[in-house]
Design a protein around this ligand. Structure first.
Ligand code: DAH
Length: 340
């Protein structure tokens, strides 16, 4: 029996030594020390021995048991340490490696230019104001001196909500709203969405953006209008931009004008970009009609003013020589990422 224990010890130590992971060690523990193990079998046979033999062999068997337990424990610790080491190695990160480049978004060209325009006017002391897109017919037309029979009031052009309410066709109703507040003098810029019942094509969209400007004060003249708009054009298009004014007609201004900018492509010669004109129309403007001032409770004998209106899409198309307005709304990144 002594020899058997000796032989069992050798085999057990080898099994423990060869176990490569925690589950193999657990299996070894069950096999070597469990109820059905050889060692337990030896213990059970102790009863058949003499008292002396039992004392000697019992001690040997107990010593073997605690030796194996110890060996299992220390092997277990070694396996766990090795596993941890492996894990640390495989999960190591190189904190000095260069980072992955994330794509940067950029501003939409309409916003980019709108911000520029706002900044130019804010720099000249103007306030930026905002108004409703669902508007009264009264403000959009009537008080702006656009009579009932004016072609702009046709349902062909205007989205009516009710007889008296519509989607604003221009930002000009904000002239009325601003003047009705009764705070003078006025220097405001109003960017916003406007709506017209147009089919979509390269130059038309049922929704687009306008920027309105309004100045009302004592002694405001056409000279103020021209000087301000010239400065504006040079800030937006560069110091070499050349502008000209020519007479036009708007019901809410008198006199009315349009400002053109000399074609940057052909410098006035005439080319496909300016449709052979040499000049490109940028905005409408004029002195606020005395009737409009009166409609808004301002005495035209004391106060005068000028106004401007421009289409943002047009201005941006001209600035970047974009020939199709639909590009602004299609969200094609190949187009949108060209502006920075
Ligand atoms: N509201 C005009 C339009 O939509 C543009 C305009 C022209 C606005 C002259 C003005 C202005 O304030 O003075 O066609």
């Amino acid at each position: 029996m002594k020899g058997k224990l000796q032989e069992l010890r050798n085999r057990a130590l080898e099994i423990i030594n060869n176990a490569v992971d925690l589950s193999a060690l657990e299996q070894a523990r069950v096999d070597l020390l469990g109820k059905k193990s050889e060692l337990s079998g030896v213990m059970k046979q102790m009863g058949k021995l003499t008292a002396d033999e039992r004392r000697e062999l019992g001690q040997m068997a107990n010593e073997l048991r605690s030796e194996l337990e110890q060996q299992l424990e220390s092997k277990k610790a070694a396996v766990a340490a090795a596993a941890l080491e492996l894990k640390l190695k495989s999960e190591r990160i190189d904190v000095t490696a260069p980072g992955k480049k994330l794509p940067m978004g950029n501003q939409h060209p309409l916003h980019l230019v709108l911000d520029e325009i706002k900044e130019i006017f804010v720099g000249m002391g103007y306030e930026i104001v905002d108004g409703p897109e669902v508007e009264y017919d009264l403000y959009n037309f009537e008080m702006l001196n656009i009579p009932r029979d004016h072609p702009a009031r046709d349902t062909q052009d205007t989205f009516y909500v009710t007889d008296n309410i519509l989607l604003r066709t221009q930002t000009s109703p904000m002239q009325v709203r601003t003047m009705l507040k009764g705070k003078l003098p006025i220097r405001v810029i109003v960017p916003g969405r406007v709506y017209r019942s147009d089919e979509v094509d390269a130059t038309h969209s049922p929704v687009f953006h306008q920027i309105e400007g309004l100045v009302v004060d004592k002694g405001v003249t056409l000279g103020d209008l021209k000087a301000t708009l010239e400065v504006f054009a040079k800030r937006l298009y560069g110091d070499d931009a050349v502008v000209r004014f020519h007479p036009s007609h708007f019901p809410f201004t008198e006199p009315s004008a349009e400002m053109d900018i000399m074609c940057f492509h052909c410098h006035g010669e005439g080319c496909p970009l300016c449709k052979g004109e040499g000049w490109i129309e940028i905005l409408g403007c004029g002195m606020v009609h005395p009737k409009v001032l009166e409609n808004c409770g301002i005495d035209p004998e004391v106060y005068s003013g000028w106004a401007l209106g421009m289409g943002l899409e047009r201005v941006v198309m001209r600035k970047y020589q974009i020939d199709d307005l639909r590009l602004f709304y299609e969200n094609d990144l190949r187009f949108l990422t060209q502006f920075n």
